[in-house]
Design a protein around this ligand. Structure first.
Ligand SMILES: C[S@@+](CC[C@H](N)C(=O)[O-])C[C@H]1O[C@@H](n2cnc3c(N)ncnc32)[C@H](O)[C@@H]1O
Ligand code: SF4
Length: 322
């Protein structure tokens, strides 16, 4: 099982492909505008809510704890206090921090050093080219980010580092340079193309991620073409649905409890507006939420191949991922 906790849904960046920016038009489909993420209800997780989630779930041996959802966790003003609470819990094989690496500092690193669990950092970089980085991230900050990565790598040598670039229009001509730069500076050779595999790795690696976009087929193609341009003699195998055959039940309702910063639970990271939520951990125990009628009905719908009854499941792009 994997536990995911949103430390915040706020961010100091405005990356052009991210949910954070969708209220100004979707990536490559600017005429499609959706309401701002958690409009009117954005914020930071409270220590008590964080502790309640960990306390209620401490009897479960999780493969992963993901310490973020739709925002940048390290901007939480009390992040060191949260890491301090996390120290007490060792029921995770790995704790994953996915980050834009912009606000890491020495104080945060000192707290991270005290964690008793294996840490993985997924570094969302997308490009080391100053102009491309600025185009994608909306901020001219790659030099600071690089310094922060070096700081993390030096001081947390046992952590696993995933150097990530999402393949999109702005950087597709720069992916080879991205890979070569990492290979030369950080001496990392392994390249991974399929997201679930990064959480199984015990050594540092490069991850070329597929963009999730309105015009999905176009970005599937860009990702595939890059793979064939850069990798020889291998088959392109990605764990996504090709749109053919019968849809498999999703693992989310069975394996990935996901909490918003305000305590509401849902079943997977795709449900960013918590349409499927059975309730809030502030009012009910994790056990009650996870075993609720709502949870069982959702699971049964997936097992009975009726997932499409739920609008959120029907329009999901994450189909048939393992
Ligand atoms: C929403 S961010 C939150 C964590 C943190 N702020 C960061 O950027 O790493 C989580 C991950 O989703 C990635 N991401 C953002 N937009 C995406 C998209 N349209 N398709 C695929 N991944 C995306 C980011 O690069 C990041 O690795
Ligand atoms: S830094 Fe992360 S959460 Fe923030 S806008 Fe970029 S991808 Fe989205």
């Amino acid at each position: 099982m994997e536990l995911q906790i949103s430390i915040t849904d706020l961010c100091n960046y405005s990356c052009i492909m991210c949910m954070q920016q969708a209220h100004e038009g979707l990536y490559d489909a600017k005429d499609r505008i959706i309401p701002r993420l958690h409009n009117g209800n954005r914020g930071f997780i409270d220590k008590k809510v964080f502790k309640k989630i960990l306390e209620d779930t401490k009897y479960i041996e999780f493969d992963l704890l993901k310490m973020q959802w739709n925002g940048e966790s390290f901007i939480h003003p009390g992040i060191t206090g949260l890491i301090n609470i996390l120290r007490e819990y060792t029921n995770f094989k790995r704790i994953v921090f996915t980050t834009n690496v912009s606000v890491i500092n020495q104080k945060i690193i000192e707290y991270l050093k005290t964690l008793n669990t294996h840490i993985q950092f997924v570094l969302s970089i997308d490009s080391f080219d100053q102009n491309i980085y600025k185009k994608i991230k909306g901020i001219d900050n790659i030099h600071k980010v690089e310094k922060n990565i070096d700081l993390l790598k030096k001081q947390l040598p046992k952590a696993i580092f995933t150097f990530q670039a999402i393949a999109m229009n702005e950087n597709k001509h720069n992916i080879k340079e991205f890979i070569d730069y990492i290979k030369s500076k950080y001496l990392i050779d392994e390249i991974i193309w399929d997201e679930p595999l990064i959480y199984k790795k015990d050594s540092n690696h490069i991850f070329i991620k597929k963009l999730g976009a309105f015009n999905q087929l176009k970005y599937d193609e860009i990702h595939k073409n890059l793979f064939y341009d850069l990798i020889e003699n291998k088959d392109y195998i990605i764990t996504a649905w090709d749109g053919k055959g019968i849809r498999k039940p999703c693992v989310g309702p069975f394996t990935t409890p996901t909490f918003n910063w305000d305590g509401r639970m849902t079943y997977c990271c795709m449900d960013s507006e918590l349409e499927l939520s059975p309730g809030n951990i502030i009012d009910k125990s994790f056990e009650k939420l996870w075993n609720s009628k709502n949870s069982q009905q959702l699971r049964n719908a997936h097992l009975d191949k009726n997932a499409d009854l739920y609008p959120r499941c029907k329009r999901c792009l994450n189909l048939n991922k393992i």
